[in-house]
Design a protein around this ligand. Sequence first.
Ligand code: PLP
Length: 396
Amino acid sequence: MVKTPIYFDHAATTPLDKKVLDKMMPYLTDNFGNANSQHVFGRNAVKGVDDARDTIAGFINCKPSELYFTSGGTEADNWALRGVAHAYKNKGKHLIISPIEHAAMIVTAKALVKEGFSVDFMKVDKDGFIDLEHLKSIIRDDTIFVGCMLANNEVGTIEPIKEMAKIAHEKGAIAFTDAVQAAGVLDIDVKDLGVDLMSMSSHKIYGPKGVGALYIRNGLKVESIITGGHQERTKRGGTTNVAGVVGFAEAFRLAMADREKNFEYVTSLRDRFIDRILQEVPYVKLNGPYKTNRLPANADFSFEYIEGESILFSLDLAGIAVSSGSACSSGSLEPSHVLLSLGLPEELAHGSIRFSFGKHNTVEEVDYAVEEIKSAVKRLREMSPLFNAKGEIKNV
Ligand code: PLP
């Protein structure tokens, strides 16, 4: 008997690791000082922040002075895009992103269009991979920014960022990647990727919510979006979230220490789940690449002839927590912009469910979920006039 509720929504957020909490605790209690204060409490806080910056900078292969703490991935994404657009507008006003970016990028790009910038989207193929030839055909002399996520939050596609950055640089544009879903899972060495800017978030790797970071290559001009005090070397105002930053670094350290083990384990859960669903549930489509170049934690399916929300609610009743589309857009009845960009028809883009596994999940949980999905899908299809009582489609 498996214990419910079962959490299969790690791409939305992860539980805080107890070891991370232990590291944060002193900074929430005795070492509560403001990192800007000129006394022992301030110095203790600064030490925590400096150590955290050194740790994370080491993992992504940048200088600590190139790493800026933010309130999360959304702020880092906003800052990268808006900050470059505003700083380099005299050089050009053309921005390129992928159509499957997180809302933090898409909505910011749309706002910049209203300010007079022009935005083009790189094409993606049916599995979500960006089309580099298309990028070469749309990049211009006045393109200042080329950006794409390293790994997609909805369908798990791992993008060819190194190649994208090369194309951007050949035209003198700045290359950005959103590594929010990739940090702690994939290699995110900024020198190797060749990116100038990279965003990250702590709560996707068993760290606290409300803290993230933006890597800004030394020498790059990026206008501030949060102005105020002299924090973050005057680039980002606001009292530093010391405990959050300390927790982020510890979460990163733990993720890197167990990276290979967790990668292998979570991949095995994903593959068992993918194979069983494809074999045992009729009229189902796996969204994103089959197994290679796919995030180990991600499995995203469209269940034909069923609304994603109906499956989500049935699974919730069975004690299984998943999400329909991206967590950030669920709650809206819009079909997923990611799936539409992959060329899925609206019905399938509506019927998608994302399962994202974590290091604490078990094979028994995966098997339990498969059985619950099979019965939920059968029950929901029985209510459809297109299906007969056996759950078989009538008109094929
Ligand atoms: N970018 C990606 C790829 C994400 O998956 C998310 C969160 O879902 C974000 C950005 C936003 O990060 P945060 O929740 O830290 O603001």
